[in-house]
Design a binder for this molecule. Structure first.
Ligand SMILES: [Zn+2]
Length: 480
């Protein structure tokens, strides 16, 4: 049977505020220094009172503004009651029915890894609310320890509508979300440090429900997912598990499941029958928060989606645009080259996102340090004027990593200027024809694409100095 996955996500993003959400303790990642940043409030001592952190409120509103959400005039705090050893108060301060961010939308692109094609995607958000994190339990040698450093850290929980239909789409969405919160400067969103964590709700529509646009009468929630890769695997696992059940005629149980990353599967934690009743009620120790224009952050940085569209409108392909968006230092470098010469856009983009990144990765250096904007324009101009070849470009970048020579010096010392003089090129062309009689036969019998091979032979023999376009023309003339 064909099924149609319906997926909604809940994403916890830890805000990078200086202090915690309701106390003055530092909001610091200090795994080697447990219980360093604690006070009576965040360790749940009776009588300790919360004091709201304005920075956290502003950062949550910044997020809301960036995704085009509604920011209500008032927002309220609620106690979410449950027992767990990492929660000494027995409740978490959260927001129930009056969140600080309502609605919103995030646009992104989904890459088909096989075809390399991109399709636009968009996910509507239901809401985003502020809440304080629990402490962290550490299990070792049969004992359990509690580290309160994380207790009370500010989280913004972002909830999407059930509008995602594949693991690939979910992964593309959370990648864009990570990019966005980093660009906004509101979170470091480092998943290895637990600063971005995922829960996914999954159900499968049958053909009839899909056509009618109705949701299945069950869904499962998988919790405890700590990386984008695991999110993809958890969704795939759930789709395949539910498909099998539905094929057997069994309706999957409405339940909460826990993702076991090391086992690559999820396990049932609790069914609907014993679902948590959190007994939300308004937090008596905090006032309703009035939000007016004076509380609003004013200038937002340029959003990744906007920047990406600008690159696309300059004629860059999506891969290059994404690279520049994902690496702001390179985006800045690209902008500097445009200020010098805006006519070499595509050549410059290719030089930065392909040659420079390739060499930087190989040599383990920061890509923006290899060539400055002026040098990039010099190289791009030489290439555009057909004075150097593709190989010449690659060679300059490779040499420049460890050399203080100017671009011009590198070109001269390494004989990188292309030979365009027909007299000099003819020798290579003749050799290529004489040394490859069978290929020449193929060409003459109509298999004209083999010309590429002969051009390659000429390029090789000329050590990349010949002009490939001219080689091709000369070969065609001689073989005509
Ligand atoms: Zn504290």
């Amino acid at each position: 049977m064909t099924y149609y996955p319906v997926i909604g996500l809940e994403i916890h993003v830890q805000l990078n505020t200086k202090t915690k959400l309701f106390c003055h303790c530092l909001n610091e990642y200090a795994p080697n220094d447990p219980n360093k940043n604690i006070c009576p409030f965040c360790t749940g001592q009776p009588g300790a009172l919360p004091v709201l952190n304005k920075e956290a409120v502003l950062k949550a509103i910044t997020f809301g503004k960036a995704v085009g959400a509604t920011i209500p005039k008032q927002t309220r705090w609620d106690r979410k009651n449950y027992f767990y050893p990492d929660l000494p108060t027995g409740y978490q301060i959260s927001q129930y029915d009056n969140p600080i961010v309502e609605g919103g939308q995030i646009d992104f692109y989904i890459e088909d890894k096989k075809s390399g094609e991109f399709t636009p995607g968009s996910v509507e958000l239901t809401r985003a609310h502020l809440e304080s994190d629990a402490a962290k339990l550490l299990h070792s040698n049969g004992k359990t320890y509690v580290d309160f450093n994380r207790s009370g850290a500010p989280l913004v929980e972002i909830v999407t509508e059930p509008v995602i239909h594949s693991s690939v789409e979910a992964m593309a969405f959370v990648n864009e979300l990570q990019l966005l919160v980093r660009r906004l400067g509101i979170s470091d969103a480092d998943m290895d440090k637990g600063q971005m964590r995922f829960d996914c709700n999954v159900s499968l529509q049958n053909e009839e429900q899909h056509t009618a646009g109705t949701l299945p009468d069950y869904r499962t929630e998988t919790k405890n997912i700590n990386s984008v890769r695991s999110l993809g695997r958890a969704i795939e696992y759930e789709i395949s598990r539910q498909s099998k059940l539905l094929d057997e005629g069994t309706r999957p149980t409405q339940e909460t499941r826990g993702w076991k990353d090391d086992l690559n599967r999820s396990e049932s934690q609790r069914s609907k029958e014993d679902a948590m009743d959190y007994r939300y009620f308004p937090e008596p120790d905090l006032q309703i928060l009035e939000i007016d224009e004076s509380n609003m952050p004013t200038d937002l940085p340029k959003l990744p989606s906007v920047e990406r569209e600008e690159y696309l409108s300059l004629g860059l392909n999506l891969q290059a645009a994404n690279t520049l968006v994902n690496q702001p230092a390179l985006g800045k470098l690209f902008a500097s080259t445009q200020a010098i010469n805006p006519k070499l856009t595509k050549t410059v983009a290719n030089l930065i996102t392909s040659n420079i990144i390739g060499v930087a990765t190989k040599k383990e250096v920061a890509p923006e340090t290899i060539l400055n904007a002026q040098e990039i324009i010099e190289v791009a101009s030489l290439f555009a004027e057909e004075k150097i070849s593709n190989q010449g470009v690659a060679k300059i970048v490779e040499i420049k990593v460890d050399s203080s020579d100017t671009v011009e010096q590198i070109v001269v010392k390494n004989n990188l200027l292309q030979v365009t003089d027909d007299g000099a090129l003819a020798g290579f062309v003749d050799d290529a024809i004489n040394n490859n009689p069978s290929v020449v036969e193929e060409y003459k019998s109509g298999k004209v694409q083999v010309i590429g091979f002969l051009v390659g032979q000429c390029m090789k023999a000329s050590k990349g100095q010949g002009n490939p376009k001219r080689f091709s023309e000369l070969l065609r003339e001689k073989l005509a």
